[in-house]
Design a protein around this ligand. Structure first.
Ligand code: C2O
Ligand code: CU
Ligand code: CU
Length: 501
């Protein structure tokens, strides 16, 4: 399945690259001296098989991450049963992690640690992609607060295809304080990775992205498994949701009408729990929910539904062609409640969050502006598409400064939502504004947009302007910002920015 496509892409997708100030990096060039690593993992990208259709016996072809713990605490890696997902990392803040990545696929790949603040050598930039049978050595110290992060490939032009084929996994940063905070732990702390997929008549993964909307499937997978029903006890759970889909946007709500209690987002716990009628979750976003299944009578099922919303700027006709367009209602995940569990009391406070004061922002009056546009099938950021190493003058920032960035989605008939992601760590969402013409569509999603807590990805809706506050710390170098609709990204809605000392 790979050979033909990879060869095609070699010819067609090669974009001109200009080499600028970016030094080339080899795996050997960044051996870090100091403490020995706390954790060592071998991670291989391999072709494999998984059960993708419950109605059909036999396995289907996938690509996946295979992991092996070489050194470190035994609970560092855990594996989903019956899943195409890679191993779940469970690492503590301050631990030094070494990952030996080996590519056994027929095309280049590289691993990105989504949401982690790491040096450019460890960030999985497409220029670092390695070919078949080559490897790449990661070596970084985990510096993020406890939270739900993830990893996935990031090669130029093929990120969507590789993630879709099965390559992604969770990277949990944990600490000892959660018990003291009164949060559910152990078997009551569970991941819920939401992904949509489509299968062809042979039960194989079908990757045929819509040229505008990206790859939208017609069936759900939860934690890499086609069985979307999770068994839970009648107690309180911490659900760590990740939208690991390529292009699917969820508007999640409980089927019994209970409000959603949000306790965490991309960069860990919120300051305090918030309730929302529903939660919008764009590709790559995470949300942590406090879920009390004790509210359901034993033997009942409760579902997370994705509700209807207005996804496109206006023209309904534009939604034609996509398999199940964004905004179509469906069931995302089911919980069947069996047996007794412990019901906990929701804490009123979770953790203090230290926001950067406006006085520290170097461009408070004139935030850096990024126009996010799709015209004539070109996906652009400030009228540019991705070039491997080039950085425009307005894409250079200074190390150890705090800036405001403002992303604008033009609106209009053709506008669509874009999940915007910035590499290098977590930021604050400072402000959202909607243009008058887009207000009606926006009102179908507005109450569920996640602005709380530290974020690395946010939904930028049609006609919307979102201002974020970022601090460039510790790591100088070349990083990416892009749309996390993976097909938009692969089609060029991605740019470098350079952090300069
Ligand atoms: Cu999760 Cu640059 O991506
Ligand atoms: Cu990222
Ligand atoms: Cu996009």
């Amino acid at each position: 399945m790979a050979g033909g496509l990879a060869a095609l892409c070699e010819a067609a997708c090669r974009r001109p690259t200009r080499t600028l100030t970016v030094p080339s990096i080899t795996a050997a060039a960044h051996t870090v001296l100091g403490n020995p690593p706390d954790v060592q993992v071998a991670l291989r990208a391999v072709p494999g098989e998984a059960v993708l259709d419950l109605e059909r016996p036999g396995a289907s072809r996938v690509w996946r991450f295979e992991g092996e713990l070489l050194a470190g605490p035994k609970d560092t890696l855990s594996f989903f049963e019956q899943s195409y997902l890679g191993p779940t990392f469970r690492v503590r803040r301050g631990q030094r992690v070494r990952v030996h990545f080996e590519n056994a696929l027929d095309e280049p790949s590289i691993v990105h640690w989504h949401g982690l603040s790491v040096s450019q050598e460890n960030d999985g930039h497409p220029r670092l992609a390695v070919n078949k049978h080559e490897s790449y050595a990661y070596d970084f110290t985990v510096d993020n607060p406890a939270g739900t992060y993830w990893y996935h490939p990031h090669p130029d032009g093929r990120t969507g295809a590789q993630v879709y084929a099965g390559m992604s996994g969770l990277f949990l940063v944990v600490d000892d304080d959660d018990q003291a905070r009164g949060l559910p732990g152990a078997e009551f702390d569970i991941p819920v990775v939401l992904q949509d997929r489509a299968l062809d008549s042979d039960g194989q993964l079908l990757y045929d992205p819509n040229p505008m909307m990206g790859m939208l499937g017609d069936r759900m997978f939860v934690n890499g498994n086609p069985n979307i029903t999770q068994r839970v006890k009648a107690g309180t759970y911490r659900l760590r949701l990740l939208n690991g889909s390529n292009a699917r946007i969820f508007k999640l709500a409980w089927s019994d009408g209970s409000p959603m209690t949000v306790i965490g987002s991309d960069g860990g716990l919120l300051a305090a729990p918030v309730t929302k009628p529903y939660v919008m979750l764009g590709p790559a976003e995470r949300v942590e929910l406090w879920a009390d299944f004790g509210r359901a009578p034993a033997g009942e099922e409760v579902a997370l539904e994705s509700q209807a919303f207005a996804a496109a700027g206006g023209m309904m006709g534009m939604r034609g062609g996509a398999r199940v367009p964004n905004g179509t209602p469906f069931q995302a995940c089911r919980f069947s409640v069996e047996g007794r569990g412990r019901r906990l009391t929701l804490p009123t406070q979770l953790r203090p969050l230290a926001w950067r004061p406006p006085t520290e922002v170097v461009n408070l009056e004139r935030p850096r502006r990024f126009d996010v546009t799709m015209t004539m099938m070109r996906f652009l950021l400030n009228d540019r598409s991705f070039e491997m190493t080039s950085v425009a003058p307005d894409e250079r920032v200074k190390l150890d400064t705090t800036e405001d960035w403002e992303f604008r989605n033009g609106g209009g008939m053709m506008a669509m939502p874009h999940p915007i992601h910035v590499h290098g760590g977590q930021f604050e969402i400072v402000e959202r504004a909607v243009s008058p013409g887009a207000e009606r569509a926006w009102s179908t999603v507005g109450d569920g947009l996640i602005n709380e807590g530290w974020k690395d990805t946010f939904l930028l809706m049609p006609g919307e302007r979102v201002r974020i506050r970022l601090r460039f710390e510790r790591h100088a170098g070349l990083f990416l910002y892009h749309c996390h609709n993976l097909e938009h990204e692969d089609m060029g809605m991605m740019r470098n920015f350079s952090v300069e000392a």
